[in-house]
Design a protein around this ligand. Structure first.
Ligand SMILES: *Cc1c(COP(=O)(O)O)cnc(C)c1O
Length: 391
């Protein structure tokens, strides 16, 4: 890396990382390469396997462009792509475990991560202990010589617990275990995992990196020491995202900075407005001073994205349905990170095992999209009127 490149700020990296127009006749964007077969010019070249690209599954210039950009942004050694966030997670975990091993997984991880541990990993003879996400250095007490990795996600899915990643990483490394972090909420812009002791970072690029709800993609970025085992597993499992989806992630990445700033601003303003509503028992947003993990968030993060939660005061099923069904701007559906606002009822009490979820009433996860804040408030205000009218 050149001297000036090393000191570039994130906004500049978002515009320039992974791009080399000179290689593509001056076109600003790396084109979509489709392909399986890559031809070798000679018999000797084939035997030496001396080409940058050798087979479609193993990489294309489009894939390299995104990998280079993400590795640079996250500050990792290398990046690999997967067809979904979930395959990025399962591949990263599989890279470090064998039969008889033990892993520690945060109780507030994305639920399908948990399902993978409870089914496939269990069948392979790998045992999982779920830990309280706010355990901090106390995680050392849960480790044995069989513990090979600690999986973290901060803030946690749906409930937004902020984890003390440096403390968890120090304890893990003290016991010879790897640390994998799901950094989807913060994106590579708002939390720097490699500065906080993480070995492997995964993202659902499906969310903010793609940013337009039109593609599925996963990302795995490794420290230098963790690159070889992950690259080997990724190669053997044959993960290979579609070229169109990789391109859409590259395209989304260029505007991630401006989009996130707006998601952040709207989410904070909505959270403040919601905190004043009589229907709302509490707001769960790590960037608000009343959040239990706020001090950690302030210490380690440089921003907050557009996803947070609220807990309503007790309400009937019918009242909640009246509120949600009539919303015009907030859509109901899975995923988040696109330009549009979303709202989703959730209740993790049925599947968490190391913590107890207690809520005053129904809980709602909110994704603040890029719409005008006044229109979003009006949509929710009308929803609250329906809620009151039906109770
Ligand atoms: C959505 C999500 C995933 C999974 O990503 P997919 O691309 O849907 O497979 C993983 N982790 C977190 C935190 C997510 O929100």
């Amino acid at each position: 890396m050149s001297k000036t490149k090393k000191h570039r700020k994130p906004a500049t990296r978002l515009s320039h990382a992974g791009r080399d127009p000179g290689r593509f006749h001056g076109f600003v964007n790396t084109p979509i390469y489709r392909g399986s077969t890559v031809l070798y010019p000679t018999f000797d070249s084939l035997l030496a396997n001396d080409q940058e690209y050798s087979y479609g599954r193993l990489g294309t210039p489009t894939v390299s462009a995104l990998q280079e950009a993400l590795a640079e942004l996250e500050g990792g050694h290398a990046t690999l792509l997967a067809p979904s966030g979930l395959t990025a997670i399962t591949t990263a975990i599989l890279s470090f475990v064998a039969s008889g091993d033990h892993i520690l997984v945060s109780d507030s991880v994305y639920r399908p991560t948990r399902r993978f541990c409870d089914t496939v990993l269990k069948r392979l003879g790998v045992t999982t202990t779920y830990y309280d996400p706010v355990i901090g250095s106390g995680i050392a007490d849960l480790m044995s010589e069989r513990t090979k990795l600690v999986f973290a996600e901060s803030p946690g899915s749906q409930t937004f617990e902020v984890q003390d990643i440096p403390a968890i990483a120090a304890a893990a490394h003290g016991a010879g275990a790897e640390v994998i972090l799901d950094n989807t909420w913060a994106t590579p812009l708002f939390f720097k995992p490699f500065d906080h002791g993480v070995d492997v970072v995964v993202h659902a690029a499906t969310k903010y990196i793609v940013g337009h709800a039109d593609a599925m993609l996963g990302v795995i970025t490794m420290s230098e020491a963790s690159t070889a085992p992950v690259a080997k597993t990724h190669d053997i499992l044959g993960l290979c995202p579609g070229p169109e989806d990789v391109y859409l992630a590259l395209r989304g990445l260029r505007t991630l900075g401006v989009r996130l700033r707006r998601h952040q601003e709207t989410a904070l303003a909505l959270a403040e407005w919601l905190s004043q509503r009589p229907e709302v028992a509490r707001v769960i947003h790590p960037a608000r001073p009343d959040h239990p993990g706020h001090a950690l968030w302030q210490r380690d993060f440089t921003g907050s994205s557009g996803l947070f939660a609220i807990v309503l005061n007790p309400a009937s099923h019918e009242a909640l349905a009246a509120m949600l069904d009539g919303l015009e701007l907030f859509g109901m559906g899975y995923s988040w990170g696109g330009y549009e606002s979303l709202i989703l009822p959730f209740d993790p009490s049925g599947y968490r095992s190391a913590t107890v979820w207690e809520a005053e009433g129904p809980a709602l996860r909110i994704h603040a999209g890029l719409e005008d804040i006044e229109d979003l408030k009006a949509d929710l205000a009308a929803g609250f009127e329906r809620l009151a009218g039906a109770s």
